[in-house]
Design a protein around this ligand. Structure first.
Ligand SMILES: *[C@@H]1O[C@H](CO)[C@@H](O)[C@H](O)[C@H]1NC(C)=O
Ligand SMILES: *[C@@H]1O[C@H](CO)[C@@H](O)[C@H](O)[C@H]1NC(C)=O
Ligand SMILES: *[C@@H]1O[C@H](CO)[C@@H](O)[C@H](O)[C@H]1NC(C)=O
Ligand SMILES: *[C@@H]1O[C@H](CO)[C@@H](O)[C@H](O)[C@H]1NC(C)=O
Ligand SMILES: *[C@@H]1O[C@H](CO)[C@@H](O)[C@H](O)[C@H]1NC(C)=O
Length: 480
C-alpha cells in the first residue's frame, strides 16, 4: 500500500513537471512570436481563436504578418488583423493598399507620412494612438523611436479590395524588390512623364532590393528611397491645424482613390524633383486632417475595482465612421471577468496585449463553443449574437485590444450582473421560463452586486463540464 502511494506521488510530480514545462514552452513561444504563431501550428485553442497566420513580408528591418479572418456567406470580406513590427530607424516604403487600415500603435513611436487631399502630411504617433489610413491612400511609415522596436496592430478591411486574398500592396517606392508600380510603365514612358532622361531615372528604379522594410541609416547602407526620405527637398506641408472633419464627407470619399494630382505630387516629392507649379504654391496654407485618437490618454468609459474598458465608436472618433469599425481596449485585474454578454450588432475581434486568461463562447443552442486559454499575441473573434465572456487568469491582469465591425454604438447585452437582461426582465415571465418560483430566481439573479466587470469568484474555479482525470485532480488539490 505504502509503495503504491510512493509511486503515485512520483507519477503526480512527473505530471506536474510536464505541465510546468509545457507552460514554460508556451510562454517562450508567445514571447518570441508576437502576433500569433505560424499557420496551423498551434495545437490547442478553440474554433474562435484565429490561427490562420501568414507572413506578408519580412526583412531584417521589419515584418508584417496577418491573421486571416474567416470568409463565409455572411462575411464575404472578413476583417483581417495585421501585425507590423519594425526595427529601430527603419522605413516601411511608400505604398498604397486596396484595404482600409485602422492602426493602433502598440509599442514605440512612428512617423507616418501620407497624402491628405492632395497634400503630403506627416504626423508622429505614439503608444495608444489610433489612426485610419483609407484604401488607396499613399503612405509610408518610419520608426522614429530611439533604439526602440515599433509594434503596430491594424484591422484590414477588405470591403473595397480587388478580391486578391487577403489584400494587395502597391509599392510606389521600390526597385527590384519590392517592385515599384511605376516600373510597369517602362523607362520611356517614365522618362517622358518625369521629364528626365532614362539615364537619370534608371538607377533610381533599379537600386532598391532590400524589401518593403528598409533601414534609414546605420551600418546598413541607406537605400536610395531612404536617403531622400531624409532629404530636405521634399515639400511637406506643416501640420498647422488638426480637425476631426465630419462634415466634408463627400470630399473625403474622393480621397479614397488617389487623384492625378496627388500622384504627380507624390512622385515628384519622392524623386526629389522640383516642379515649378509647386513652388508657386501658397505654402502658408494649413492642411486640415483628422487628428489621431489615443486610447491610453482617455478616461475609461467604464471602470470599477476589477478593471476598466474603453469603447470608441464613430461618435467619439469620426474617422471610424468612414470604414464602419469600432475600437476598444479592456484591462481586467487578476481573476476578474467581463460579465457574459452579447454584441447585438457587431462581430468582435480581440488581441491579447498582456497577460493570460480564457475566452468562453457559447453557441446559439446553449452548448459551449469554445473555452480557450489565451496569451499575449493571441487573436480571437466572436461572431455577432454569440454570448461570450473574457476571464483574466489569477496570475495577473489581462489587457486586450480589438475591433468591432460597426462604428455605431454597440450596446452589449449583458446576461449577468446588475445591468443584465436577467435583472431587467425579472418577473413572473422569466420565472416561468426557468420554471422556478419568481422569488427563488430573484434571489439568484440579484446575488451579483457588480456590473460589466465582475470580481473573481472566491471559491475554487469550476472547470466546466470536462472532469479532469481523477489523478490530476488529486494532484492539483494536494499541491495547492
Ligand atoms: C516627429 O518626430 C521627429 C523625430 O523624433 C522630430 O524630429 C519631429 O520634430 C517630430 N514632429 C512633430 C510634429 O512632432
Ligand atoms: C522639361 O525640362 C526642361 C528643362 O530641363 C524644361 O525646359 C521643360 O519645360 C520641361 N518640360 C516639361 C514638359 O516640364
Ligand atoms: C497665401 O499666403 C498669403 C500670405 O503669404 C495669405 O495672405 C493668403 O491668405 C494665402 N492664401 C490662401 C488661399 O491661403
Ligand atoms: C491594467 O491594470 C493593471 C492593474 O490591474 C495595471 O497594473 C496596469 O498598468 C493596467 N494597464 C494599463 C495599460 O493601464
Ligand atoms: C450546437 O450547435 C453547434 C454548432 O452548430 C453544434 O456543433 C453542436 O453539436 C450543437 N450542440 C447540441 C447539443 O445540439
Amino acid at each position: 500500500m505504502k509503495k503504491f502511494h510512493g509511486l503515485g506521488l512520483v507519477f503526480i510530480m512527473m505530471l506536474l513537471l510536464a505541465r510546468e514545462m509545457k507552460a514554460a514552452e508556451h510562454e517562450e513561444k508567445g514571447r518570441r512570436k508576437w502576433g500569433g504563431g505560424e499557420g496551423g501550428e498551434e495545437e490547442e485553442g478553440g474554433i474562435f481563436v484565429m490561427k490562420n497566420s501568414k507572413q506578408v513580408v519580412k526583412t531584417d528591418a521589419g515584418e508584417m504578418r496577418i491573421m486571416r479572418g474567416y470568409r463565409s456567406r455572411s462575411t464575404p470580406n472578413p476583417m483581417h488583423i495585421g501585425f507590423i513590427q519594425m526595427e529601430p530607424d527603419t522605413l516601411f516604403v511608400p505604398q498604397y493598399l486596396d484595404a482600409n487600415l485602422i492602426l493602433f500603435v502598440r509599442r514605440g513611436d512612428v512617423k507616418i507620412g501620407w497624402i491628405h487631399k492632395d497634400k503630403m502630411v506627416e504626423k508622429n504617433f505614439t503608444i495608444g494612438d489610433v489612426y485610419r489610413i483609407p484604401a488607396g491612400s499613399a503612405f509610408f511609415m518610419e520608426n522614429i523611436g530611439k533604439g526602440q522596436q515599433l509594434q503596430m496592430i491594424c484591422s484590414i478591411d477588405t470591403s473595397e479590395g480587388l478580391g486578391f486574398v487577403p489584400f494587395q500592396s502597391f509599392y510606389i517606392g521600390g526597385g527590384t524588390f519590392p517592385k515599384s508600380v511605376l516600373a510597369g510603365f517602362g523607362m520611356r514612358t517614365l522618362a517622358t512623364a518625369f521629364n528626365v532622361t532614362e539615364e537619370v531615372l534608371q538607377p533610381v528604379m533599379r537600386r532598391q532590393a532590400e524589401g518593403p522594410f528598409v533601414y534609414m541609416t546605420g551600418s546598413h547602407q541607406p537605400s536610395k528611397w531612404a536617403s531622400f526620405m531624409k532629404s530636405e527637398h521634399r515639400k511637406i506641408q506643416e501640420q498647422v491645424a488638426f480637425e476631426v472633419d465630419d462634415e466634408d464627407d463627400g470630399e473625403d470619399i474622393k480621397q479614397v482613390k488617389p487623384t492625378k494630382w496627388s500622384w504627380k505630387k507624390l512622385l515628384n516629392s519622392l524623386l526629389g524633383m522640383e516642379e515649378e507649379e509647386e513652388e508657386e504654391e501658397n505654402k502658408s496654407r494649413a492642411v486640415h486632417y483628422p487628428d489621431s485618437y489615443n486610447l491610453y490618454s482617455r478616461t475609461p468609459g467604464f471602470k470599477n475595482n476589477y478593471g476598466w474598458s474603453i469603447a470608441v465608436d464613430g461618435h467619439a472618433y469620426t474617422p471610424l465612421k468612414r470604414c464602419d469599425i469600432g475600437v476598444y481596449l479592456v484591462n481586467l485585474t487578476a481573476g476578474s471577468m467581463m460579465a457574459p454578454h452579447v454584441n447585438p450588432i457587431a462581430t468582435e475581434y480581440g488581441i491579447v496585449l498582456k497577460g493570460t486568461g480564457r475566452i468562453q463562447i457559447v453557441f446559439p443552442n446553449g452548448s459551449l463553443a469554445m473555452d480557450a486559454e489565451v496569451k499575449e499575441g493571441d487573436v480571437f473573434w466572436i461572431p455577432r449574437y454569440f454570448p461570450f465572456c473574457q476571464i483574466a487568469s489569477m496570475s495577473g491582469p489581462l489587457e486586450f485590444f480589438g475591433f468591432t465591425t460597426t462604428a455605431r454604438r454597440n450596446r452589449p447585452l449583458f446576461l449577468a450582473g446588475t445591468n443584465s437582461v436577467m435583472n431587467s426582465m425579472m418577473g413572473p415571465e422569466l420565472a416561468a421560463a426557468f420554471d422556478i418560483p419568481e422569488e427563488e430566481l430573484r434571489k439568484i439573479v440579484t446575488q451579483q452586486k457588480h456590473a460589466i466587470i465582475l470580481p473573481s469568484w472566491s471559491l475554487p474555479p469550476h472547470r466546466g463540464k470536462k472532469e479532469p482525470p481523477a489523478i490530476e485532480r488529486h494532484g492539483l488539490l494536494s499541491f495547492n
